[in-house]
Design a protein around this ligand. Sequence first.
Ligand code: ADP
Ligand code: MG
Length: 253
Amino acid sequence: MTNSAASETKPEVVIELKQMNKWYGDFHVLKELNLTVTKGEKIVVCGPSGSGKSTMIRCINRLEEHQAGQIIVSGTELTEDLKAINEVRSHVGMCFQHFNLFPHLTVLQNCCLAPIWVKKIPQAEAEKIAMKFLERVKIPEQADKYPGQLSGGQQQRVAIARSLCMNPEIMLFDEPTSALDPEMVREVLDVMVELAEEGMTMICVTHEMGFAKQVADRVIFMDRGEIIEENVPTEFFDNPQSDRTKLFLSQIL
Ligand code: ADP
Ligand code: MG
């Protein structure tokens, strides 16, 4: 393909929210969200506690359901259809604040569980894949330990490796470093930066603004269930538009 042909190719849209709304009972938690993420893009989502960041992320792989508008992931619209939900989940990996590893399984077993049971990959092959990703997050020597024997930073790296074992096209992170002691934040961010550099499509809820500046293509600011502002990091930080964004930045920077 020539350069001009390549530049004319439209970027592939992998996540699309169209006028998406969600309520918890009477509480309108997500309001008319519109968001388009193309392949390889890195989006950082920030905003005050309770603004709906986790809920939005959780809707994207249907851990929560939305009530109005559309969510389309890798060409599949999320509805109550289980086939669509499973299809979307096969493209999306997720890491949470609290790791959510199975405490009674070793690191290796945690990583192999879904590949064996969901993807029907033979155990020996699943273990090979798991070791590859444990090496990538730099803890292959912990494979036979239990989560409780690891530091928080190591556990979060296992959680990332476990997601990668399912070969996701998109990774969602929900404050992956906010439960960690400060000295462990860097080791997790380093893994995330590497993933970003390898071209993974990522949506990261985080208040690590250094990370946002380093890897984000766009920063999205949410408040009270709305996307208030989105911009490239330099503009977002140096030239915030809305008063709510300015206030938020003044509190965290
Ligand atoms: P954030 O991640 O930005 O802190 P959340 O998405 O966790 O915000 O929460 C957004 C709002 O929705 C908050 O007011 C929270 O109390 C409320 N909320 C979250 N989960 C539930 C739930 N399961 N039922 C009712 N309200 C909820
Ligand atoms: Mg949250």
